[in-house]
Design a protein around this ligand. Structure first.
Ligand SMILES: Cc1ncc(COP(=O)(O)O)c(C=O)c1O
Length: 406
């Protein structure tokens, strides 16, 4: 409260009474204007003032997603999309779903057709699958379900920046635990009381995977609170992840996305695998229809086409190996990657100008700058270039430009 009286709007001297008269006697456009003038006449303390937004939201900077430029000529290696098209079966499924009946009606709230298909492919109980509008939606649902206001979210650092934003939105605290110099996580520095722990595996931006012993120790340390293994990139890793362990580890939740290995970032679809009792609770938290009929059809067709999936994965892993070798030959320190991107640094040249020059040449990679690096890295910011694995032709162009720059 400022203690100041709102300034009356001269055109509405009679206050709410006159407002009602003018609204009922005018066209809808004029009525809307009258209401707007009335509310703005009340000054900053009026309806819907910014001060009514929760303080934690006003204080936060907000997650900034990677650049999505509208230039068809750009080689886009900044947000780890697949460089290859989705399975041809996805297009058939989308065409089949484009009927007036399926568009007219609500989609399946729990995505049962998808859950059955994914259950068969992953060899898990369909009731242990929770569908999401991208895996970010799943991460939001988990935060809303497990983290009370004032609770604690923990994740390793440097890592996926969204985890911190989720804590801020929830009004929770956030604790980043630096990786060790060899990309392990030190269980003893992990806060025992964390309401929710996010561990991306493979990690972004480094593409590294944790030793399974560390993951097991971590799950025991935070138990009974959940350990979420974010497997957005697990399809590019060996061994391929923790889904088979969910049935045996009480507090393990695994999240997956269709944005990377299934080439469906534009359609927005992800899922979690957790014990069915937990999924039943999480279903109460999600939006009733969080996945639309088209994303459900596309994701079901994509996961059913495992031959195509394996073919694309093999190509991406082969290009990653070549990219790693050739970037190293150009003087970059390249962290061995288990994902569809590589993390590159170099001590002899600043990295941001390299990103900027590549962008001028219409090649978009991601320049990342973190407040904390792994233990043992020089104090201060820790930066690098994260480059997605493209087609072989795209990577040839990238390497050619880099030869001219470095
Ligand atoms: C580690 C990690 N988790 C989750 C996501 C979110 O993926 P999506 O919401 O597209 O499924 C990303 C996206 O880049 C990511 O890097």
């Amino acid at each position: 409260m400022t203690g100041e009286e709102p300034t009356p709007n001269p055109s509405l001297q009679g206050g709410e009474h006159d407002l009602r008269d003018s609204v009922t006697s005018k066209s809808s456009v004029e009525a809307t204007r009258a209401v707007t003038a009335f509310s703005s006449g009340k000054g900053d303390g009026g309806l819907g003032g910014i001060e009514t937004v929760r303080p934690n939201i006003r204080a936060m900077a907000g997650y900034v997603p990677g650049e999505q430029l509208n230039d068809p000529d750009i080689i886009k290696l900044n947000t780890n999309e697949s460089p290859y098209p989705p399975s041809p079966r996805v297009f058939d499924a989308l065409r089949a779903a484009l009927t007036s009946n399926s568009l007219r009606k609500y989609p399946q709230p729990f995505g049962d057709t998808f859950r059955n298909a994914a259950g068969r492919v992953l060899n898990v109980d369909p009731d242990s699958i929770l569908i999401g509008n991208g895996s970010d939606d799943i991460l939001t649902i988990l935060t809303r379900a497990f983290v009370p206001e004032g609770g604690l979210i923990a994740s390793p650092a440097p890592s996926y920046i969204l985890y911190k934003s989720l804590a801020e939105i929830q009004g929770a605290r956030f604790h980043a635990i630096p990786f060790t110099h060899d990309w392990r996580t030190d269980r003893d520095s992990w806060p025992r009381g964390a309401s929710l722990s996010f561990v991306p595996n493979p990690n972004s931006p480094t593409g590294t995977v944790l030793d399974p012993i560390d993951v097991l120790r971590l799950s025991k340390r935070v138990s009974p609170n959940p350990l979420v293994v974010d497997e957005a990139y697990a399809d590019f890793a060996e061994p391929p992840g923790y889904v088979p362990l969910v049935a045996d580890w009480d507090n393990l939740i695994v999240t997956r996305t269709f944005s990377k290995s299934y080439a469906l970032a534009g359609i927005r679809f992800g899922f979690a695998v957790a014990r069915p009792e937990l999924v039943r609770e999480l279903l109460k938290v999600k939006d009733s229809y969080n996945c639309d009929v088209l994303s459900l059809a596309a994701a079901t067709a994509a996961i059913e086409d495992q031959d195509y999936f394996r073919e694309v994965r093999t190509k991406i892993i082969a290009t990653r190996a070549r990219m790693t070798r050739e970037l190293a030959a150009l003087g970059f320190e390249v962290t061995p990657s288990h994902a569809n991107f590589v993390w590159c640094r170099r001590a002899d040249k600043p990295l941001k100008p390299i990103y900027e020059e590549l962008k001028r040449q219409k090649i978009l990679v991601r320049y990342m700058n973190y407040p904390v690096g792994p233990i043992g890295s020089p104090p201060g910011a820790y930066d690098g270039l994260r480059m997605s694995v493209g087609t072989d032709a795209e990577i040839d162009r990238l390497l050619e430009e880099l030869r001219g720059i470095v």
